[in-house]
Design a protein. Structure first.
Length: 355
């Protein structure tokens, strides 16, 4: 009977959850336990599971934190995650954990919270980890490079919530560039493909924010829009070269997107062609449902909007659907896309396409 099938479904998930809850193989536990607790709709146990440091660290190894984000959407949401991980860090400090462990965990939590759109807390933890590294842990080059890279990422992601580039935000882009250049200066002296990969990531961020500064049209301190555009192209070229050498198709897509946005003229054939190339590479590397796919589709929507409103609606809608799936409906990046779709013209187009 249907009732018996439901009983068996719940019973087996409960049985397996109880088994993995006491399993000391943390890799296996991280793979299995969240899944079974999600199926049981046991959100309290799921949150406790995700707060175990070995489980968190295993799931947080993914650059985009996809599984960890998905699990926290079911365990109370990103704001709850930020509150609970902040408390866990305080508990760790009270338990007299080493400065090394506290600094490392602050970096990992800040990185996850950046992915979760909790930028204010992520920035605070990142800056605390930088202070700890400089004051007590020897200011190690590779550690500082990673910490400044993360702070660049956090500020970069937060800046995108402003919507369209505004002249008054030029100082924010300048600030992000300066932090990113610190990471580049530290990283370029280090050896190995892992360092090269992270150097490429920071080159991408610096390229983007030099470009955003150029688009703001303002001069700030010693940086002019013309110089910023030149620097954007140079750092984008650096990123392209690094990711071509590493054979990293996904980040090549992002480098092509930056080049399209800031090196070529708005709505030129060259710009449109690079947007198409960036999207093609991104889907080959990551598939449709990925954060970068949503970003490329969203930016394509912007340039299409001026010439073909109905087509741009379909792109905005596609970006929104992807972001809902990957980040969740309440993530700041998703809400930004929704704010565009909520404009009267696009709401009218939505009704037209639903008929």
């Amino acid at each position: 009977s249907e009732d018996y099938r439901k009983f068996l479904y719940t019973w087996w998930h409960g049985k397996l959850a109880s088994y993995f809850e006491v399993n000391e193989n943390h890799d296996r536990k991280a793979e299995e336990l969240p899944y079974h607790l999600e199926r049981l709709l046991d959100h309290s146990r799921l949150a406790r599971c995700l707060l175990e440091w070995p489980i968190f660290e295993k799931l947080a190894m993914d650059e985009y934190n996809i599984e960890l984000l998905r699990s926290w959407r079911k365990a109370g949401g990103y704001v709850t995650a930020a509150t609970l991980y902040t408390q866990s860090l305080l508990n760790l400090s009270a338990a007299n954990a080493s400065d090394e462990e506290i600094g490392d965990k602050k970096w990992k939590v800040a990185r996850f919270l950046c992915s979760a759109g909790q930028y204010e807390i992520a920035e605070k933890l990142s800056e605390e980890a930088i202070d700890l590294e400089n004051s007590k842990l020897g200011a190690r080059e590779e550690k500082l490079a990673s910490l400044y890279e993360l702070l660049t990422d956090i500020k970069a992601e937060a800046s995108k919530l402003a919507g369209f580039i505004s002249p008054k935000d030029c100082y924010k882009h300048y600030d992000i560039v300066q932090i990113g250049l610190k990471a580049i200066d530290l990283r370029k002296n280090l050896q190995g493909d892992e360092n090269k990969y992270h150097l490429g990531l920071v080159e991408l961020r610096v390229s983007f924010h030099y470009g955003a500064f150029y688009k703001s049209g303002r001069t700030y301190k010693n940086l002019t829009p013309t110089n910023a555009r030149e620097q954007s192209g140079m750092h984008s070229k650096n990123a392209l070269q690094i990711f071509q050498e590493l054979g990293d198709m996904g980040h090549l897509a992002e480098a092509n997107l930056n080049t399209a946005m800031y090196v070529y003229e708005e709505m030129s054939k060259e710009q449109v062609k690079l947007y198409e190339k960036a999207l093609e590479l991104c889907i080959l590397a990551y598939g449709e449902y990925h954060k970068l796919t949503a970003r490329i589709v969203f930016n394509t929507s912007i340039i299409i909007e001026y010439t073909d409103k109905p087509k741009s609606y379909l792109y905005y809608k596609r970006a929104y659907d992807i972001s809902c799936e990957v980040l969740g409906a309440t993530h700041p990046a998703t809400l930004r896309i929704k704010s565009v779709l909520d404009e009267p013209e696009f709401m009218a187009l939505a009704q037209k396409y639903q008929k």
